[in-house]
Design a protein around this ligand. Structure first.
Ligand code: PHE
Length: 407
């Protein structure tokens, strides 16, 4: 596992190296965060005009696979935008910060990017909990934050006041829809009458999905036999899985992230649990196969944002460009959504007519019919796109597209 991860990282470094252009390309590291660096296009340096955008991602820690894919998507989009002349006559410049997959560091990274680096907008983080930690900074400093991937409804609509967070935007569907997709799939496709839910109590994403899954599953007449939970960084799930096995459910819903999910699936199969298991987009990582093993993953499913084998010309143009830059690697949903979030931001800056955070925010809120890799994007009154989901099956070491579900 370690080895291939290193290889992947090395491939990433090689693949992104040309993105900064030739000539006086430099990597700058600021004192505030050693992991932050600036990759400026040399042409921009020559004209002295760049528009700085912040990339606050999970580059190390338990969700590193998410952050690494996301950053690759952002870099590919920036490369294309800059090659086509940039935005408002200026090149885009990515200032990246590693939030180490932690909420405190996500807050700190947002502060640093806004206050020290003076970025005009933030991309990321990936996960709902980390976005919820970074967002108050964006709201307070009045700098728009676009999360490509965080699906919890609380991000765009403040739970307590029920008001739209005016600086929060995203390019993905939200979890009331994703939870329903899973419950419908379990009941209609897999004919599950009973389910056990096993969620991550340290994640806002997981807690949300659990709630929405249960709502649909029980409304449709299904029975939840037990509710169990774990915490991120747990490694031994056997005691709980033994209890789950005794209930003998038709279906087990595990709305978590690949690091723990991989171990849960592996240990469940070791205990002889044969039931279908399913999760949401948080399962989407090449690491999942390495942690769980391909056989254990048979008869498991996830809901997700896009499938790389979708034949639409937009998806295929993106997949081809990505593979070309990244050593033939097939882009996951995180890469696709981050690519789209960057294009969305560039479009908003253009429509705003100025690289000023508040104007960009106003333009973002008006996004309509923007053609992107994962579909045509219109943001509704809560800054959420309405998009279809896909259901993917893990089969013999591969992700296999099962169906597309429209909202
Ligand atoms: N939706 C997840 C969250 O809100 C993040 C995620 C998106 C993870 C897509 C993987 C793929 O935390």
């Amino acid at each position: 596992m370690k080895k291939s991860w290193l290889a992947a990282t090395a491939a990433l470094v090689l693949a992104v190296a040309p993105l900064a252009g030739c000539g006086d390309k430099k990597e700058e590291t600021t004192a505030a965060s050693p992991a932050a660096s600036t990759a400026a296009a040399s042409t921009a340096a020559a004209t002295g005009g760049t528009i700085k955008i912040g990339a606050n991602f999970e580059l190390t820690g338990g969700q590193a696979s998410f952050g690494s894919s996301s950053l690759k998507g952002v870099k590919l989009a920036v490369k294309e935008i800059n090659a086509a002349g940039g935005v408002l006559g200026k090149q885009l410049e990515i200032v990246q910060a590693d939030n180490t997959s932690k909420s405190e560091e996500s807050t700190r990274a947002a502060q640093k990017l806004i206050s020290n680096d003076k970025v005009v907008a933030l991309l990321g983080p990936v996960t709902s909990t980390n976005v919820l930690a970074a967002l108050p900074v964006a709201q307070e400093k009045k700098v728009p934050l676009i999360t490509p991937t965080a699906t919890n409804p609380k991000i765009t609509v403040d739970e307590r006041t029920n008001k739209v967070n005016d600086f929060a935007f995203r390019t993905c569907f939200i979890d009331p829809f994703q939870g329903k997709v899973a419950a419908d799939f379990a009941q209609k496709e897999l004919k599950a009458a009973t389910a056990v839910v096993f969620s991550d109590s340290s994640s806002d994403y997981s807690k949300g999905l659990l709630k929405y899954f249960k709502e649909t599953f029980t409304k449709n007449g299904g029975k939840i036999l037990a509710e169990e939970s774990y915490q991120q960084k747990d490694t031994d799930f056997k005691a709980v899985l033994t209890r789950i096995k005794e209930k003998n459910p038709d279906f087990i819903y595990v709305p978590g992230y690949y690091e723990e999910v991989g171990k849960i699936v592996k240990q469940a199969r070791e205990l002889g649990i044969k039931a279908a298991m399913m999760g949401g987009d948080g399962w989407d990582s090449p690491q999942l196969f390495e942690i769980a093993g391909k056989d254990a993953l048979n008869n498991t499913y996830m809901s997700n944002h896009y499938a790389a084998d979708d034949t639409s010309p937009e998806v295929q143009a993106f997949v081809t460009a990505y593979k070309k830059d990244y050593n033939n690697e097939v882009p996951d949903a995180l890469a696709a959504l981050s690519y789209d979030a960057t294009k969305l931001l560039a479009d908003a800056i253009k429509r705003a007519g100025a690289a000023e955070p508040e104007k960009i925010k106003d333009a973002l809120a008006k996004t309509k019919d923007l053609k992107l890799a994962t579909g045509v994007l219109t943001l509704n009154e809560t800054h959420d796109p309405v998009k279809s989901a896909v259901v993917v099956e893990f089969k013999d070491g591969k992700q296999v597209f099962k169906s597309k579900v429209n909202p």
